[in-house]
Design a protein around this ligand. Sequence first.
Ligand code: USQ
Length: 403
Amino acid sequence: MRVLITGVDGYLGWALSLHLAGRGHQVAGIDNYSRRDWVQEMASQSATPIARMSDRLLAYYKRFGKNLIFHKGDLTDFNFVLNVYKSFRPEAIVYLGEMPSAPYSMLDVHHAVYTQTNNIVGTLMTLYAMADAVPECHLVKLGTMGEYGTPNVDIPEGFFEIEYRGRKDRMMFPRKAGSWYHQSKVHDTNNVEMACRLWGLRSTDIMQGVVYGTRVDEMAGDAHLLTRFDFDQCFGTAINRFCAQAVVGLPLTPFGRGTQRRGFLPLRDSVQCLTLAVENPPEAGEYRVFNQFEEVYSIMELAEKVRTVAGRLGMDVEIQPLENPRIEAEDHYYNPDHRHLLDLGYQPTQDMESELEIVLKDLLEYRDRIEARQEAQFPDIRWDRERRRSQTLPAAGERKAAG
Ligand code: USQ
C-alpha cells in the first residue's frame, strides 16, 4: 500500500516508517523538524543521537531500498499538504504530526495557543486535502487515551448507547481532557468524526496510551536507524523518563502518590497496532475508534518495575515521589475497553520487564548524553492557575536552548 506518515521524523513516525517498509509498503513522510526544535527549546536532546534526515534516509535506503519519499513542510500549509497528497496519492495517511506534550501545552498562553493551532488546524487541512485529492484514503489519526480523562465509569471504545427520556441513540463517549494538548486531540476527534459523517471519508481514531521503549526490530544493527528517545519534563513520557533517571543515578519521580493509573504499551506494540489499523481499513464513511494500550498500571507500579530491572543490571535506584505539578486525579477508577485491536489480531508483547531491560541497556550506551541535559528532567511546569511557572517565555518555537 502507499502509506503517508505525517511526523515521520518523530518518536513513533520514524519507527513506523521502518516497520511499514519492512512489510513491503511504499512510504512517504512529511515533517518540518519541529520536534527537534521543541526538545531543544526545553534545553534537552534525544538520548539516542538522531542523525540529520539526509543521513537517516541513506541508512534507510541501505536497509529497505528507495521506498521512502520525504517532504519537508508544514502541515498547516494547505497548498503544501494538498500537493503532496495529489502527487503521492496515499491509500492510508497515518497522522502523527502533532505537538504531543501535555506539559509543553501548559507552559503559558503562547504554548497553549500554538499547540491547539498546530494540531487542530493541521488536522483540518488534512481533512480538506483528503476530501479534495484522495477521498477514498483511510486516515489513521493519532488521538490519546487522555481524551477520556479518568471518569468514574467504564470507558468504551469511542461510542456508547445513551437513553434519555425514553429515547435511545449511539453517541460519542464524553471526553474530559486534562491539558490543552489533550484537549486539542478532543477537538480533532470531533472534526474527524464530522468529516466522515458529512463527506464520507473513512478514519480510525487511535486513543493511544503512554508509549515507552527504544526499539522496533527493524532498527537492529544500525545506530542511524534508531528513533529518538526523550527524557525531558515535556517530551519524555513517564516510563522513558524513569529509565533515563535510572541510568544516570537520579531518583525516579512518580508525581504525588503515584496512584494515577494509565494504559501503557511498548513502542513495538504501538507500531504493530498502527500497522493493523492501516492494513484493515474501515468502510467509506466509517469513523471508528481503537483504544490502543496493552495493560493498565499505576505510576508507582511502573517505578517499582524500573527499579527491579535496573537492580538486576547492577544499578542502585531510589524512588522519590515529587509534589504533583499537574492537576489530575490520583485515586480514581480506570477501566477502559480495548477489544477492537485484539479482534484484528494484535498480539501484545506482555513482557514489560524484558522490554525495560532492552531500554536500560540501550540507554547505558548514551548515558553521557542524558547526563549532559540532566537539568531538563526536573518538572517545573505547573498546572494550577496561581503557581504556573513564573518566568515569562517567548512564543513557542522561538526560544532556543544555549548550546
Ligand atoms: N508522571 C509521573 N512522573 C513523571 C512523569 C509523569 O508521575 O516523571 C505521571 C503524570 O503525572 C501522569 C502519568 O505519569 O499521571 C503519565 O504522564 P506522561 O508524561 O507519561 O504522559 P502524558 O502527559 O499523559 O502524555 C503522554 C504522551 C502523549 C500521549 C499520552 C497518552 O506525551 O502524547 O497522548 O501520554 S495518555 O497518558 O494515555 O493520555
